[in-house]
Write a protein that binds this ligand. Structure first.
Ligand SMILES: [Zn+2]
Ligand SMILES: [Zn+2]
Ligand SMILES: [Zn+2]
Length: 348
């Protein structure tokens, strides 16, 4: 009689989130590679060089000034040309800044109603349309990360901002309605659920185990089957309970709660790590759509237990009835397979 092999139900390191990992008959990265990917269509790209007048005034512009970067912004109808990075307000913002001081005091209307006061910005990563982090030269990716940090510092200093989400949608199927290389930044007046759950769970973990859960994850995954790469400052891993095929996280080895704590050397190595991993994903699965987002903490109450990281979610599966109606997920590729393929790809 044939022995039955079961798939595994795995729990996330922190969240009470469970995923069925198809260990019994898992798929390979090549199963997800497609020849054609749909692209957003636009007659003229408003984010390309020369079309600055098609956008609102930038709140941050990086200009080249000899060997330095000059940081400035657009005023009125004037638009800076020959920029390296531009950050503009989103034309259709989900969150908008308060128009007067009194609104700030009235964000919370009732236990189940708040005003969507905050900021919603688009960070244009390059003058070149296709300069996404997998393609762009490392110095350009460094500018992108520096601009993330500049906006994070500015927005997190506002009294009505409780969280700043920095994320990137790549490809039409991942929600990028413009195909020009860009990221988005949303500053919110509350801490979103996933972040709050991670903070609560990591606080609990510290109380029980007397250490940071992320430092513990690094220690346990280092050298194991889910490690993609390790350099002097970061590790990239396919998490144990990956919800998405080819999902990976980049975690700083130094215990830090936010990217605001990175020095110039760390920023450079982070940019290299990001480019290497996204480049590997692009090669392996033929430039798949993906989303990534930073998870970070902004107040010092979380210093001992929270540890920032970047989570990358390739969009290779469609969540359907089971996932949507239960909150339990099915991942048809094991993180061990994903890590092995990525590891081979990024080390060559
Ligand atoms: Zn463009
Ligand atoms: Zn830590
Ligand atoms: Zn996280």
């Amino acid at each position: 009689m044939l022995a039955l092999t079961f798939n595994e139900i795995r729990k996330d390191y922190l969240l009470d989130r469970w995923v069925v990992i198809a260990t019994a008959r898992g798929r390979r990265p090549t199963d997800f590679a497609r020849q054609e990917r749909p692209q957003a269509k636009s007659a003229e790209c408003p984010l390309c060089r020369g079309n600055e007048h098609m956008t609102p005034p930038a709140v941050l512009v990086y200009l080249k000034d000899d060997d330095h970067i000059k940081k400035t912004f657009d005023e009125g109808d004037h638009r800076h040309k020959d920029w390296i990075i531009r950050v503009i307000p989103n034309l259709y913002p989900a969150f908008s800044p308060p128009k007067q001081e009194t609104e700030v005091k009235e964000i919370s209307k009732s236990p189940n109603l708040s005003l969507a006061i905050g900021h919603h910005e688009v960070l244009i990563e390059s003058q070149k349309h296709d300069d996404s982090p997998a393609n762009a030269p490392v110095p350009q990716v460094v500018h992108v990360v520096n601009a993330y940090i500049d906006r994070l510092r500015e927005l997190s200093g506002k009294p009505y901002v409780k969280y700043v989400s920095i994320f990137r949608n790549h490809g039409l199927e991942a929600g990028a309605s413009l195909s020009h290389a860009h990221s988005q930044i949303i500053a919110t007046p509350t801490i979103p659920l996933t972040i709050r759950e991670e903070m609560d769970a990591s606080k609990k973990f510290l109380a029980q185990h007397k250490k940071c859960v992320f430092c513990d994850v690094i220690e346990k995954e280092r050298g194991g089957p889910r490690l993609i790469l390790e350099n002097s400052k970061f590790v990239a891993i396919a998490p144990y309970a990956s919800v998405n095929p080819m999902e990976f996280w980049i975690i700083p080895k130094k215990h830090e709660t936010s990217p605001l704590q990175m020095n110039a050397e760390q920023i450079k190595i982070f940019a290299e790590t990001l480019k290497t991993c996204l480049g590997g994903l692009k090669t392996l699965v033929n430039d798949p759509p993906y989303n990534y987002g930073f998870h970070l903490a902004l107040d010092n109450k979380t210093d001992d237990h929270y540890h920032w990281h970047l989570e990358v979610y390739p969009r290779l599966a469609i969540w359907a009835g089971f996932e949507k109606s239960t909150g339990m997920y099915i991942n048809t590729m094991t993180p061990e397979t994903a890590a092995e393929s990525m590891k081979n790809c990024v080390s060559t």
